[in-house]
Design a binder for this molecule. Structure first.
Ligand code: CS2
Ligand code: MN
Length: 355
């Protein structure tokens, strides 16, 4: 039997685990130094429906058997009708509230979600060949222009649509402005945050990835200005952020050291996704690289220091990794590079937390 302890560092290290269908054994995840909790979700019901308590309990039981807690959910996906204020949005918000309660009942403390219309993260290549023989996800400004949104699906998204559904959705969003999308997010939060307060759950919105509009779809969680506006509209700190450095960091105007410091100080960062990206041209193109600062365009050491110096002690996970050591893992979610990332993150935090 394992005794679950957090290994002497204040931050809590976590690892995304796609449940029973994940090809990475939980024993391997547990062998990563300082590993504390899985980050998972129920994948057995459609987006928008109420989860089954037994499924959550089972996930928790399996994690526990392997010496891991289950304190973070990524994600409870937000139904599109909530985002575009469709006729059934109140029903879907009610379902969402049920899911928050269920999560709380099994000990979940933090729920990650996003509010990107139609598509989640977007890349133009899932197997970009790097010089060292590894491969990773990348985004090319030129290749992006060739993509037809009507034929798009990437692995790892919560939602997949038929061609007709996709067309219908893209049409609906032609009439939704940034302001409307924002007020729909506020409408949603004003209903769920009181529940989070009562049930001791933090909501952590994941930034847009990449942090700009795609295919003319509005995106509203991309910049410091966006976040300030969001926190002002719903002041409870239960309304918080997943500080995803790779997503925010793809936006070259985002100053992550400043933002990390500011939102930690405000107690808004409940979850941090730490990964590095390398800018590869003068436009928006970037490539996902190893976590190490010098491998990319983000200063991971300074970012972690800014978080810690401003009181951050929440959940952290290595985000997307490359495929290395000959692994052919799910794009972004192989074992080895995320494990290396986790070890590096431990080092940065151990040092930054030194008193
Ligand atoms: C992303 C997203 O951070 C990530 O790994 O690939 O899929 C993220 O999980 C969602 O946007 C959170 O809702
Ligand atoms: Mn992320």
């Amino acid at each position: 039997m394992y005794i679950i302890i957090n290994g002497g560092i204040d931050m809590k290290l976590t690892f995304r685990w796609y449940g029973k269908s994940d090809s990475i054994p939980l024993d391997y995840i547990r062998q990563i130094p300082n590993m504390y909790s899985v980050v998972t979700a129920c994948y057995d019901v459609k987006v928008g429906e109420v989860w089954k308590k037994e499924s959550l309990e089972e996930l928790k039981r399996i994690a526990k058997k392997h010496g891991l807690t289950m304190e973070v959910i990524e994600s409870i996906p937000v139904h599109e009708e909530i985002k575009y204020a469709g006729p059934n949005r109140d029903k879907y918000i009610e379902n969402y509230i049920q899911n928050i309660k269920l999560c709380s009942e099994v000990g979940v403390k933090c729920v990650c979600y996003n509010f990107m219309p139609v598509f989640d993260w977007l890349r133009t290549s899932l197997h970009h060949q790097n010089k060292d023989g590894s491969n990773s996800l990348s985004y090319s400004y030129e290749d992006f222009k060739k993509i037809d949104p009507n034929n798009l699906h990437l692995p790892g998204w919560d939602e997949s649509y038929s061609k007709e559904e996709l067309k219908g959705l893209l049409d609906i969003y032609k009439n939704i402005s940034h302001e409307e999308l924002f007020s729909n997010l506020v409408y949603f939060l004003k209903r769920i945050i009181p529940v989070c307060e009562k049930y001791d759950v933090n909501m952590a919105i994941h930034p847009d990835d990449p942090p700009w509009d795609i295919f003319n779809l509005p995106r509203i969680v991309s910049t410091e200005e966006d976040l300030d506006k969001l926190f002002k509209a719903v002041p409870s700190t239960r309304n918080g952020l997943t500080f995803c450095t790779g997503s925010l960091g793809a936006g070259r105007k985002n100053d992550l050291v400043k933002m990390g410091a500011k939102y930690s100080k405000q107690g808004r960062i409940h979850f941090a996704h730490l990964r590095n990206v390398l800018y590869t041209d003068e436009k928006d193109s970037f490539c996902e690289v190893g976590h190490f600062s010098k491998d990319g365009s983000l200063d991971m050491a300074k970012i972690v220091k800014a978080l810690v110096d401003n009181g951050f002690d929440g959940y952290v996970r290595p985000d997307h990794g490359r495929n290395i050591f000959g692994e052919n893992g799910k794009p972004g979610y192989g074992l080895y590079d995320r494990a290396l990332g986790a070890a590096y993150i431990n080092g940065l935090f151990e040092m930054a937390e030194l008193k």
